[in-house]
Design a protein around this ligand. Structure first.
Ligand code: UD1
Ligand code: M6R
Length: 371
């Protein structure tokens, strides 16, 4: 049921304040003034000790689910104290990459039925790793066969392009980082700031959704283009990959997400006055580096669209030709949840303007059950 919306993708983008609320329901505990703020993931509580003692946490997924894990990686590294590595499911299987008994392997999948992810899971199981699932689908293969896990509870996702599952996956993995991190005094203030940020996140997403019209205007400007680049780094490297994936998947437009730190190592050669480039430069420890990237792209006459935190438009914009997307600022590790929303809206509007099928892009299936 699409309700008042024209398409499922549109509905699912706009219902993210509610889906995020459901994802967190009953799992965040914020007591009175003297009571600690904590996270409770019922599906993991008996396994946290094993996860903390593991030698490595390996995230495994495909497409958007991989990108969600990539977005959460920095906070997992920071709070868990355990090395975190990333595997695209098919590549892990192709390489028969190393997986050990001392590893915790986390399988991220909206459908819980993706063939590549299931094959990687069977491989990790054979190698003796603790296998954890993060899925949206109760009763799916991943949910049933993993040792333990977390349901993201985002509600059914119908559009082939994953939107609300992505933001709920990131939130679950931020909660996972808090749960693994335990109650060390040294990180208490940070953990409390993240929990406060999580409580506030649905409202911030409601706020960023107001950019709908602005993103439609941007889509009108970009709809005739052949190509689009998205530069991000740090917490928002994943936002660049995921924004570009959305655009190529539904708007059928070539689009690449790139690590801004790699710009000088090749991509800079593509820059001219025609190719549109989105640079994500919201406030975090990478902000100064991103403003330098903006200057360098501007010096080469790059056609820039900058995403920045509210109030930063004047300080990030290198000139009048640059378009700016201002988003609400949240705790740095949660910023990817806010930043992806304008890019989801952009992909949606590009597709509708071009007259393509937004819920069923050509050649794609919602659940990829073949290799
Ligand atoms: C569970 C109930 C929820 C109830 C809550 C009350 C289910 C599906 N969830 O939620 O309805 O309101 O208790 O305390 O009945 N699991 C895996 N692999 C996965 C995902 C989950 O093994 O990929 C396992 C978990 O380890 C857990 C079970 O499935 O044993 C349910 O997981 P989840 O729904 O996340 O647990 P709760 O949030 O506690
Ligand atoms: O169901 P899964 O999360 O395992 O699906 C993984 C990918 O197939 C999926 O995210 C795909 O990239 C989406 N169509 C992206 O929008």
């Amino acid at each position: 049921n699409k309700g008042n919306y024209e398409h499922y993708m549109q509905k699912e983008i706009h219902e993210q304040p509610e889906s995020l609320t459901t994802t967190m329901r009953g799992r965040l505990i914020r007591g009175g003034s003297c009571k600690a703020k904590t996270v409770l993931l019922g599906g993991l509580k008996d396994h946290l000790k094993t996860i903390r003692r593991s030698r490595r946490i390996v995230f495994v997924g495909c497409g958007t689910s991989y990108n969600a894990a990539l977005a959460a990686r920095p906070i997992l590294e920071e709070l868990s104290g355990v090395p975190v590595t990333m595997e695209i499911a098919s590549d892990l299987v192709d390489r028969q990459g190393p997986i050990y008994r001392e590893d915790t392997a986390v399988f991220v999948s909206q459908s819980g039925e993706t063939a590549d992810t299931l094959l990687a899971f069977e491989y990790a199981l054979e190698n003796g790793a603790l296998c954890v699932g993060i899925t949206n689908t109760v009763g799916s293969a991943i949910a049933r066969h993993t040792h333990c896990g977390v349901h993201i509870n985002a509600g059914a996702e119908i559009g082939v392009a994953s939107t609300k599952a992505y933001t709920s996956q990131i939130v679950v993995m931020a909660m996972l980082a808090l749960a693994i991190g335990g109650d060390a005094i040294s990180s208490q203030a940070r953990r409390e700031a993240i929990i406060d940020g999580l409580f506030d996140l649905p409202n911030r997403v409601r706020e960023v959704l107001k950019l709908d019209h602005e993103m439609k205007d941007l889509a009108k400007l970009l709809m005739a283009e052949q190509s689009l680049l998205v530069f991000g780094r740090g917490y928002n490297y994943a936002t660049a990959l995921e924004g570009a994936l959305k655009v190529k998947e539904v708007a059928l437009m070539h689009s690449e997400g790139m690590l801004a730190g790699e710009m000088k190592h090749g991509p800079l050669a593509l820059v001219d006055e025609n190719l549109p480039i989105i640079v994500i430069a919201t406030r975090d420890t990478c902000f100064r580096l991103q403003t330098a990237v903006i200057q360098q792209l501007h010096a080469r006459k790059g056609r820039l669209i900058v995403m920045c935190s509210k109030g930063d438009a004047a300080s990030v914009s290198p000139g009048e030709s640059c378009r700016v997307i201002e988003v609400p600022q949240v705790e740095d590790c949660l910023q990817p949840v806010v930043n992806i929303v304008p890019l989801q809206l952009l992909a949606y509007h590009l597709t509708v303007l071009k007259g393509y099928n937004v819920d069923q892009p050509r050649n794609l299936a919602k659940s990829v059950t073949t290799q």
